[in-house]
Design a protein around this ligand. Structure first.
Ligand SMILES: Nc1ncnc2c1ncn2[C@@H]1O[C@H](COP(=O)(O)OP(=O)(O)OP(=O)(O)O)[C@@H](O)[C@H]1O
Length: 307
């Protein structure tokens, strides 16, 4: 999986007029990982991405791509980048295949073999021979990704790739993005203002708010079985269960409507339930509440997520 950094941001800043838009971003993205760049509208994702790909001047700091500074060594640096920042340009009256060939002609060293390979990677199959103008939004996105991959970049940057897609389109894009991070060992950066749309495709998510990076979260953190969790137990009689567990477990137990809320480790739950049942109490249900990445996201960016 993840290895050396494909892209490094060092104290990246952007000021427009006298307004600081990006206030010093420092982080790195490794090959083989899908990195989510998440933040509410106006947080500064597009501005950062435009600097990452050289579409906008950097006010201060730098972006290194495969170790090359985009400021000092622009040509060498952007050679490694494939990106879709605005809607991918394509000729609607040409097939997807012809579109790719057209593009390949303008790009150095792209073989016919490579075109076949990228079509395979994004799963366009036979649809590649249909006119691009008839493609669904999801298919257009995939053709755009194929195009961005032609020159074998080590970083692929997609600004809001799930925007406007329906749930099945999002599922498809997710599958192909994961697939190409693994098969092509590229670093993929996807931006979004909706956690739910990118959570399942990312290895890590960087959260940006008002031009600052406020957290980087591992998405696939292994569940910690020794951590205390709020266990909600629907049991009858409630008071009897409460008294029993309080004296037995020596801890405060809360009551929420018909449920007890016990703070316990996962491994202790079976014994707690057995004890209740053995003492003649009826257990109707058990739920474990754990804080999700979503809770964390809202905690971090605050209630006014959309500003
Ligand atoms: N040319 C500009 N002049 C002045 N302010 C700008 C300019 N471009 C962007 N901004 C401001 O910079 C901030 C960040 O914008 P940016 O488009 O990068 O955010 P974003 O996170 O990509 O949001 P969205 O999801 O809405 O695209 C916003 O407050 C925006 O108004």
């Amino acid at each position: 999986m993840a290895e050396k950094a494909a892209m490094t941001l060092i104290g990246l800043k952007k000021t427009i007029g006298s307004k600081p838009i990006i206030k010093g971003l420092t982080f790195e993205i490794k090959r083989g990982e899908v990195f989510g760049f998440l933040g509410p509208n106006g947080a500064g994702k597009t501005t950062t991405i435009r600097m990452m790909v050289g579409l906008m001047d950097i006010t201060e700091g730098d972006v290194l791509i495969e170790g090359k500074s985009i400021k000092d060594n622009f040509k060498e640096a952007v050679r490694h980048v494939g990106a879709i920042v605005e809607n991918p340009e394509m000729y609607p009256f040409l097939s997807g295949w012809k579109n790719l060939q057209q593009y390949a002609r303008m790009t150095e060293g792209v073989s016919q073999e490579r075109i076949k390979e990228v079509v395979e990677l994004v799963g366009l199959g036979n649809a590649i021979h249909e006119k691009a103008g008839r493609y669904s939004l999801g298919m257009r996105q995939r053709l755009g990704i194929a195009q961005a991959l032609l020159h074998k970049p080590s970083i692929l940057i997609l600004d809001e790739p799930t925007n406007g897609l329906d749930p099945s389109g999002i599922r498809e894009i997710r599958k192909y993005i994961r697939n190409l991070a693994e098969k092509e060992n590229v670093a993929v950066i996807v931006s979004s203002h909706l956690l739910s749309e990118i959570e399942l495709m990312c290895d890590r998510i960087g959260i940006i708010k008002k031009g600052e990076l406020i957290a980087i979260e591992d998405v696939k953190t292994v569940e910690d079985h020794s951590a205390l969790k709020d266990v909600h137990i629907e049991v009858h009689p409630l008071e009897m269960a409460k008294d029993y567990l309080q004296s037995e477990m020596d801890q405060t137990i809360a009551i929420n409507k018909k449920e007890l809320i016990v703070s316990a480790k996962r491994e202790d739950i079976p014994q707690i339930l057995k004890n209740l049942v053995n003492r003649g109490m009826d257990v109707y249900g058990v739920r474990i509440l754990q804080s999700t990445l979503e809770d964390k996201f809202f905690d971090l960016i605050g209630e006014n997520a959309i500003e």
